[in-house]
Design a binder for this molecule. Structure first.
Ligand code: HEM
Length: 128
């Protein structure tokens, strides 16, 4: 759906001849589209194997957006997340919290980023 915007959120008034259109892409919906990710809620690391990933259009995965204004920190963020996760998992087992036993219990809150609600706390058990 297109909407003509006379004055956008930044207070910028485009000339009458200029059409300003705000387009939002739901990355949440894109990354859960069964067309690209069959059974999207299933934990399936094989989706990321080169052969399977090559079956999808390149922009079917775009957590860091794409194009000339994509995230400049994307590669750094991926490295940092892998480092933090692998360190955490080497030292702790991750267990479900008391109020969150399965994926059906997981509820999201939309902030600047998507966030799990408070009830979805996890438990960490130190590995021996
Ligand atoms: C998981 C972590 C991150 C995610 C999911 C993420 C996601 C994104 C997305 C979707 C955009 C495009 C926003 C738009 O369309 O307007 C963006 C832009 C940007 N990100 Fe990230 N980002 C992450 C981490 C980082 C880090 C670590 C840095 C810096 C070291 C960074 C710096 C930037 C900058 C400067 C832009 C603006 C680029 C531009 O407008 O040309 N981001 N990010």
């Amino acid at each position: 759906m297109y909407e003509y915007v006379d004055e956008n959120h930044y207070g910028f008034k485009p000339p009458k001849t200029c059409r300003s259109v705000t387009v939002l892409i739901s990355i949440y919906a894109l990354h859960r589209d069964p067309k690209y990710y069959p059974s999207p809620a299933r934990f399936d690391p094989t989706r990321w194997q080169a052969l399977q990933a090559a079956q999808r259009p390149p922009n079917a995965f775009m957590p860091f957006s794409c194009g000339p204004r994509n995230c400049v920190g994307g590669k750094y963020a991926m490295l940092q997340m892998k480092t933090v996760l692998s360190t955490l998992l080497r030292h702790y087992r991750v267990l479900p919290g008391a109020e969150c036993r399965s994926m059906q219990d997981v509820k999201f809150e939309i902030r600047i980023t998507l966030k799990m609600n408070e009830k979805c706390a996890i438990r960490l058990q130190r590995r021996m």
